[in-house]
Design a binder for this molecule. Structure first.
Ligand code: PLP
Length: 295
């Protein structure tokens, strides 16, 4: 039971008839060298990943994360991951890490080594940052132009919008820009003024008595946390909807959240330097619900 925890994985084809995958992954010392210099994931960001939360020994939303990994692989023309193998690797990792507290479990599929074996894959679990404060007090957010119009995914599929690739340099730069402007996080907009997502989160708004999130039309990720949040809200009898949201609607919303697997739900408390209404009681209830998930 130790952290960090690392597993190197030999990906097997999606249609493999193999049933026992225990000989397809092995534990590594987390501080030991594990990747070759020719890795295309490190050289070019050419790979895909997922991060899920393990809370008190329960990995959360394993199936939606595996299914999104498979979707990212299809978009990037990577060999489609074998779902059974990833389930087995995640279950093994969870059995080897502490059973208390919040842990971030990241799993990666890379195009592999240049001129060498392909693809390569690994899983890495580490203690999650302590998000208690930000869950309780919210985030100041700026809006930033993502540089693409609405509909870009259909017009330019080679941009790999909608795939969770390892190329997060732009996403990290957007967070640094937020810090430069005295804020904590960012909401990306299309060039024609539609709300997209955060650099590491989905955006959910409360507008006119309804919870709304931009449709995952291909330009943004379909967030697993946003889907859990909608399940919860639907079960409470609230109206939820996927649709286009303009910047004006965001500005006039009654509340907004950034939601993601490990930080969970955080309220937007300022937008582009102006105070923004927040529903902290609902945020607390949502986070209690999200933390209590056992699958
Ligand atoms: N959008 C982007 C760009 C992300 O990086 C993430 C999570 O990392 C999300 C949305 C939210 O997805 P999830 O709720 O599955 O973590």
């Amino acid at each position: 039971m130790r952290l960090p925890f690392t597993l190197l994985i030999d990906p097997v084809p999606a249609d493999s008839l193999q049933q026992d995958f225990s000989d397809t992954f092995h534990e590594m010392e987390s501080t030991a060298p594990a990747l070759r210099v020719g890795e295309l994931s490190t050289q070019r960001g050419d790979g895909i990943f997922e991060t899920l939360a393990v809370v008190n020994g329960h990995p959360q939303e394993v199936e939606p994360h595996i299914s999104r990994l498979r979707n990212s692989a299809r978009i990037c023309e990577l060999p489609v991951p074998n779902a059974e193998q990833w389930r087995a690797a995640i279950a093994y990792a969870v059995s080897r890490i502490p059973q208390r507290g919040e842990i971030a479990l990241k799993f990666v599929l890379s195009r592999g080594v240049e001129h060498g074996p392909a693809p390569t894959a690994w899983l890495h679990a580490a203690a999650a940052s302590d998000f208690t404060a930000v869950r309780g007090s919210g985030v100041r957010v700026i809006t930033l132009d993502r540089g693409y119009p609405r509909g870009v995914a259909e017009k330019a599929p080679w941009l790999l919008m909608g795939a969770k690739t390892l190329s997060y340099a732009v996403n990290m730069a957007a967070i640094r820009e937020a810090h430069r402007r005295g804020a904590d996080d960012t909401i990306f907009l299309t060039t024609d003024g539609f709300v997209m997502e955060g650099p590491t989160s989905s955006v959910v708004l409360f507008i006119n008595g309804e919870y709304v999130t931009p449709a995952p039309s291909g330009a943004i990720l379909h967030g697993t946390t946003q889907q859990s949040m909608f399940d919860y809200l639907r079960a409470q009898g609230s109206a939820v909807e996927y649709r286009d949201v303009t910047l004006d609607e965001l500005r006039q919303a009654d509340a907004a959240w950034l939601v993601s697997s490990v930080r969970l739900a955080v309220s937007v408390v300022a937008l582009d330097g102006e105070p923004f209404p927040a529903d902290q009681a609902l945020t607390d209830t949502l986070n209690a619900y999200l933390l209590a998930r056992t699958a």
